[in-house]
Design a protein around this ligand. Sequence first.
Ligand SMILES: [Zn+2]
Length: 537
Amino acid sequence: MSPCSRDDINKNGFESAVRLMRCLAAANASAPPPLPITSEPFLRRFLDATRCSGSLLDIRPAVNRFALWLGEDPAAVLAANADTLDRYRADVLGLPTDVAYVADYRTRAIGNLARLLLFLQYQGLGPSLGWGGEDADICIRFHAALLAHGLTRFNANRHGLHGAHLIVWARLHGIKPTELGESAIARFATHQCHCGLVNTSRRIVPNLRQMRRRAAVRLLRFMDGADPILMGCGVVRADRALREPPAESVAAYRDWLVRHRGLATSTVETYMNELVEWQVVLGEDASTYTAARVRALARQRLEGRSPTMQSRFVTVIRSYLRFRAGRGDCAPTLADALISRPTYSLGTVPRSLPFETLRAVVAGCDPDSAAGIRDKAVLTLLLETGMRGIEVARLRLQDLDWKRAVITVRGKGGRASIMPLTQDSGDAILDWLARARPASDDDALFVRLRAPYVGIRPRGGVTDIVCRALARAGHVGVGGSHLFRHSLARKLLKEGAGLPAIAGVLRHQTLDTAMIYAKVDEAGLRSVARTWPGAGR
Ligand SMILES: [Zn+2]
């Protein structure tokens, strides 16, 4: 076993952490080192194992002092843990627990003592708490699994380091593998680190907390034999309905929506997301549903929600009750227990910003970063073609026809239409494809820039890009991707395009939907408005 040198340790936190674990566990494993910890043979064995803690002359006084503080009691030394170190740090070294990292001999001394306690555990002298000698192997297999998932080496190293860090931290804190749960992870994420590993970062910044937490969750999942990446890490969104198998009626209802109602997948998902929120409250047995129960649920669900969300609830529950009634599960009149919330078509004025303002927002994307190049392509498409955000997210590589300079757009209800590709949006897309798009098996035009390199999320992916770009330009809370669509419509209107033309560009199914833009043409409205009787006298 090659001993760890200081250089190695600073180069790569993950590798050095694993090597340290290996060294601590394996050094002269034939027989445990001779106690007491202050004896020269013990200290030599310890230094041989770690080799990163300085010379015997450096470490001996620190260990002597620690042993003396513990009353030279061998049992107390073997039972010492992170709490003991914290007390020692405060009592003897004069560093209270809440004091952040101090770069002097005292911190080094605590780091060495933490390693000493780990050494005792790994050598089978201290309590091992169910942790075994194969910690290093677990970390290496975890690291390999992350690489196999497509994480960059940098990220896999960081995860691996904090995975090893979690194990060391748990050992020092007397936490068994089986006790590592939500509350332990929360403590780990925020702890002031004196675990004796190098490169575990000294200042607790929000980023580090998140990093530790994510690595811990993934490592634990891995140790349970599950996939380390999927579900709940923000990489793949866990489908709420999939967390538990849906009730029989819910699955059948979903099927009915797809097959018999012919709704688009996205609409079905919207319905299902709404339904799983309250279906458990009603229960599976529809014979127990009464008008009173349905209304009570409605009162609860409608409170404090926006008009749109209220309408959604009413639509979905009536649809679900009709479906159950159709199967003979409940009375057909139950769906009438709620009346639809009145909504007014064209009840609002679409939000927009001047076209030139949005052009400046697009121009504000960083031309040198992959994210900036992607964002520019997405935003240019939104602005110049008026596509919906979800349509941009759904674009496939094969939807681009460079010869004819057109793009196939799959709009609402799966209707495909061909749109001309403007010069600017074509250039921006080419730039993205040539310079920034990572290699990916996914044929989505716009993919994530971090592994896994799958298409950006159909819901929200484009919204995130839009909101970030708008915020950079100082426009916060002004709207999402539809802002670009509205602004394009407004510009066309100003340039004298008629509503049928606008409806054509925006691919509205009926002219009625485009009617809303008539309301933003203030100049046009002014010319047809009649003078208020009595005004201007
Ligand atoms: Zn730590």
